[in-house]
Design a protein around this ligand. Structure first.
Ligand SMILES: C[S@@+](CC[C@H](N)C(=O)[O-])C[C@H]1O[C@@H](n2cnc3c(N)ncnc32)[C@H](O)[C@@H]1O
Length: 971
């Protein structure tokens, strides 16, 4: 038996979930997001915890190990206090003070609690610390920086850490090195062969490891390289990049001024003299919409889901029909009245299709009376005309036209912003932009300044082709955008003294690719009147109206912004198919595209179209295409085979004492079983599993019921152990029980680390641990299973084995407040109900939890038992809601618990326990034999629901009354 590491024995999942959530919620302030778009970057705090967890030995004293781990993560009391971001306001401190403290230190002023005069600086600090200590973990975090934002544990903490680990270090990187030497004989090598946005290689490098990062996508490789070398390059590198970025930005700005394409003719005056001192407001935003002829009325309709332009500035667009041409003029109105604002919202012409505001004769129709012609109709059977390479704007007879309808100008003198409809002079300038672009177009394409690649058909890439007829990547940009970005590309071609500067410039282009296209939505919401990014989700959504920035508004998109860190680096980053990995890592930390909804290989082609000629200059040994065919994706047999090939390769490239951590987000039993097959076949065995809630609610992976990231810990399987399923079941049983027992033992009663779903997961993992330790199970042919084409709904033989683990777990995990003998006698449906009451009492309303229980207890249909099935509001029906329905038959309907619930209902209805008691005595066969069980269940129902479950109040009282009656009966 190998020595176990910390993460193989325990992991602080609850606190880490909170830390991960906090990091995710910091949005643009996350360390790596400023470099460029990636979908689903893993939180750095999680990677840090993973690396430490994989390196720290388990000492045999789990409590102490846990304490040391938390200290290292600055997630202990003292570490959290070190992370304090700002003073805690007096009013907040007051909330946590004792009555005496309140009286002594606080006074009420202007309706708010404030420090009083007797509270000196020291007192205030002392009181803040006290209040902080009394807060729960979530609350504390609201006042804390993220662990990566401070300089690790304090000197005092290092003393405790060193004493326990028998080390002599003062920083995380020193510790990581020393642990690496102890365990592997050298500084640890950490690899990620699916590195995506670069979280793993970045954090590993920041912690002092030697790192390897690769990904099929060169876009990912660039982001990862930049994470390590630019963010990790410290202040000096940041300054260098900023300088060269500014040089280019200013030069393009001057060129745009020279072309005269982003200023109008408004003059501006000197405030004191009243003289005209300058000319031309500067364009801030250009708003475009598409326009199409409505097949029903024959009118050409500008399309937008709403005609509100700005909620805060109360700006709207108003359509004015012109009967002679059957078209609309568009007026722009600022400071609109509330009625006009409401009207503009209702007047949207692109909601569920084209809604033409007038009838054939040009009579205005009230918005409620308008019918929608499906947009599909516009495309016709043959679809839209496909654009050719040289099409830069729609042709005059194209079905879908693009129209500039509003410009936001900035008065350079006052800084005031003005929304205006375009004038003939503005349209002249639009024409000039097109002329300038046409002049350069072919030359620039040849030089790679603007894209020349065709859009290859695919799940996401078909959308712009189908919905707009765009066939080349440059069709996603309007002439102004192509001219501007092209000019940047031209200037940066020979610029940059170092790879860092050149990479910084290329990433700036990448940010334009995302923030400066025809797929950038205009956001009119208050305070936010601005354009958003192309990839606000994982699709290429075409828009009815879009925002195009003026050059002056591009600064936030152009300049890279990230915190400056400084660490010395030993890193190897390349684009590569994971199957071709030949780097040897001691620790592989991977997050494969496992049943993932993101088509990285398609979405990144947009960036590659712009990087095509630049990337090979910057990294001569890299390729610059997406290698779509090699992407690992889906869930079918091809996917399973590809995954085995990847993981076999990684296992081969790992020493015998190496470890792997695989992250994935699915909790479905079949998915687990598949993953087991894959990893098993790749020569790995599972040693532990944990779930961390890493996704925020609106995150892209919230589909179905996925809430957490599962971390599987794996080692190489070295022994040859053979068995068959009947041998293995008892082992699974023993392992599940052992696992749950240890978790229960180390859990903190006050601040529980594990929830129900953690125990469920631990059961799956325990089963996998047993199964994957075998090199062969006689009656399961792994290779055949992997390659087998499955029919819909068909599962693998491993599924049953894993399901059995959950059944064992559910037997073992008796709800608090119920005797285990009673629990064992209950039917699966009764257990489901009892568990449901328990989780609701814990404030748990997630749909996924009920699904997991249903799976665990082997129940197919439980919807009838739910009072609400809405995601995050799921709960059971109360006795009062169940009433007298379904009182006999199979399953729950015929169960003892169902009859008890009915008796509770009767009791509450009549406010008297006698009818309920009579019912129980008449209907329950062997009433007297089952009386103790009835008492136990009634006791549970009268105690368990929490005060927050107000819908249970009546039933809890009734259960209590009835309990008294049953207990008193016959005594
Ligand atoms: C879930 S993402 C990884 C995200 C990453 N952990 C992060 O924090 O940003 C999965 C990655 O697998 C990559 N991928 C897909 N097929 C691959 C293959 N055959 N070889 C290597 N990488 C591949 C995708 O490009 C994607 O970046």
């Amino acid at each position: 038996m190998q020595d176990l590491t910390f993460i193989e024995t325990q992991f602080p999942v609850s606190k880490l979930s909170k830390e991960s959530y906090k990091e995710r919620k910091s949005n643009v302030n996350q360390t790596l997001t400023g470099l460029g778009k990636w979908w689903g970057r893993k939180p750095l705090v999680l990677i840090r915890a993973a690396i430490l967890g994989l390196l720290l030995p388990a000492s045999g004293d789990p409590k102490k190990d846990r304490e040391i781990f938390l200290r290292l993560m600055t997630m202990d009391e003292e570490g959290l206090w070190r992370r304090l971001r700002s003073n805690i306001p007096a009013a907040e401190v007051y909330e946590y003070a004792t009555d005496t403290e309140k009286e002594f230190y606080f006074t009420r002023k202007n309706d708010k609690w404030q420090w009083n005069k007797s509270a000196g600086r020291e007192d205030r600090e002392h009181m803040q610390r006290r209040a902080f200590n009394r807060m729960g973990y979530d609350k504390k975090l609201t006042y804390c920086l993220r662990p990566e934002e401070i300089d690790g544990p304090s000197e005092a903490a290092w003393k405790v850490i060193n004493a326990h680990l028998k080390t002599n270090v003062k920083s995380l990187s020193e510790l990581v090195r020393e642990l690496g030497v102890q365990h592997f004989g050298h500084v640890p090598h950490v690899g990620d062969a699916f590195c995506g946005g670069g979280s793993t290689p970045f954090e590993a490098a920041a912690m002092g490891c030697n790192v390897y990062g690769s990904d099929l996508s060169p876009v990912s490789a660039l982001l990862t390289w930049a994470a390590i070398h630019l963010v990790g390059g410290g202040a000096e590198t940041a300054k260098e990049i900023r300088k060269v970025q500014k040089q280019v930005y200013d030069a393009v700005g001057r060129q745009i001024e020279e072309w005269g394409i982003e200023r109008n003719d408004e003059g501006w005056l000197d405030k004191t003299t009243g003289e005209t001192i300058g000319k031309g407001w500067r364009a801030d935003y250009y708003l475009y919409c598409i326009e199409a002829i409505d097949p029903v009325t024959g009118w050409r309709v500008p399309l937008s889901p709403s005609w509100i332009i700005g909620l805060k500035t109360r700006t709207i667009a108003r359509l004015v029909p012109d009967n002679s041409t059957k078209t609309f003029k568009i007026e722009i109105i600022q400071n609109a009245s509330p009625e006009e604002m409401e009207q503009a919202k209702l007047e949207g012409t692109a909601t569920d299709g084209i809604r033409c505001p007038v009838d054939k004769e040009g009579n205005w129709i009230s918005p409620h009376m308008r019918t929608a012609s499906p947009i599909m109709e516009l495309r016709g059977r043959a679809g839209l005309r496909l654009w050719e390479n040289h099409d830069l704007v729609p042709r005059y007879d194209d079905t879908i036209q693009e129209r500039l309808y509003c410009i936001r100008w900035v008065d350079p003198e006052t800084g005031e912003k003005h929304y205006r409809a375009p004038t003939p002079a503005d349209l002249e300038r639009e024409a000039e932009v097109l002329r300038l672009l046409k002049e350069r177009f072919h030359d620039w394409q040849a030089k790679g300044y603007i894209p020349c690649r065709k859009i290859e058909s695919g799940y996401n890439t078909d959308q712009p082709i189908r919905e707009r007829g765009w066939t080349y990547w440059h069709h996603l940009y309007n002439p102004r955008q192509l001219l501007t970005i092209g000019q940047y590309q031209k200037l940066i071609e020979n610029l940059g003294d170092s790879p860092h500067q050149r990479a910084g410039l290329l990433l700036g282009i990448g940010r334009y690719v995302d923030w400066y296209s025809k797929l950038c939505r205009w956001d009119p919401s208050a305070g936010n009147e601005r354009g958003s990014q192309t990839y606000f989700n994982q699709a290429l959504n075409t828009l009815a109206n879009f925002a195009c920035r003026g050059h002056a508004t591009l600064t936030t998109a152009w300049y890279l912004s990230y915190p400056e860190k400084s660490f010395s680096v030993n890193a190897s980053i390349i684009p590569s198919d994971a199957r071709r990995t030949n780097y040897v890592a001691d620790l592989w930390i991977t997050d494969p595209p496992y049943a993932d909804a993101v088509n990285y290989e398609e979405l990144t082609e947009l960036f590659l179209a712009w990087y095509e000629k630049r990337l090979p200059v910057l990294f001569p040994e890299w390729y610059a295409d997406s290698k779509r065919a090699l992407a690992v994706k889906g869930t079918d047999e091809n996917f399973r085979i590809a995954m085995v090939e990847c993981y076999r390769r990684l296992a081969e490239n790992m020493p015998d004492n190496g470890l792997q951590l695989v992250m994935f987000t699915h909790q479905d039993v079949d998915v687990w079983a598949d993953l087991a097959l894959i990893l098993w076949s790749a020569g790995l065995r599972v040693t532990a599993a944990w779930t961390i809630a890493t996704e925020t609610d609106t995150s892209f992976r919230t589909g179905k019921y996925v809430q957490g990231t599962v971390l599987l810990i794996l080692r190489k399987r070295k022994e040859t152990l053979r068995g068959d399923r009947s041998d293995i079941y008892p082992d699974v049983q023993a392992e599940v029980q052992r696992q749950l027992k240890t978790m229960l033992e180390i859990d903190d009663k006050e601040d529980p680390n594990f929830g129900d779903s953690d125990y469920q997961l631990a059961a799956y993992a325990a089963a996998l641990r047993v199964v994957t330790a075998y090199s062969a199970i006689e009656d399961i042919d792994v290779e055949r299973e992997l390659r087998r084409v499955r029919r819909a709904g068909e599962s693998s033989p491993l599924t049953d084995m894993i399901k059995s683990a959950v059944r064992i777990a559910s037997d073992f995990l008796v709800p608090d407040g119920l005797d285990s003998g009673v629990w064992k006698r209950l039917l699966p449906e009764e257990r489901f109900y009892i568990k449901g009451v328990e989780v609701e009492a814990h404030g748990e309303y997630r749909d996924g939890v009920y699904q997991e229980f249903a799976r665990g207890f082997g129940i197919r249909d439980y919807r009838g038992l739910l009072g609400s099935g809405a995601a995050n509001l799921t709960r059971l029906k109360t006795p009062d809601e169940l009433k007298g329905r379904d009182l006999s038959g199979e399953g729950f309907a015929g169960s003892l618990l169902r009859q008890i619930l009915f008796a509770v209902y009767k009791t509450s209805e009549e406010d008297d326990p006698r009818p309920g008691l009579d019912y129980l005595k008449q209907e329950i066969t062997h009433y007297w034999d089952r009386r103790q069980t009835i008492i136990a269940l009634l006791n549970y129902l009268s105690q368990k629901p929490s005060p927050a479950m107000t819908h249970w109040r009546k039933d809890v009282d009734a259960a209590h009354l009835l309990l008294g009656a049953v207990e008193g009966d016959g005594v």
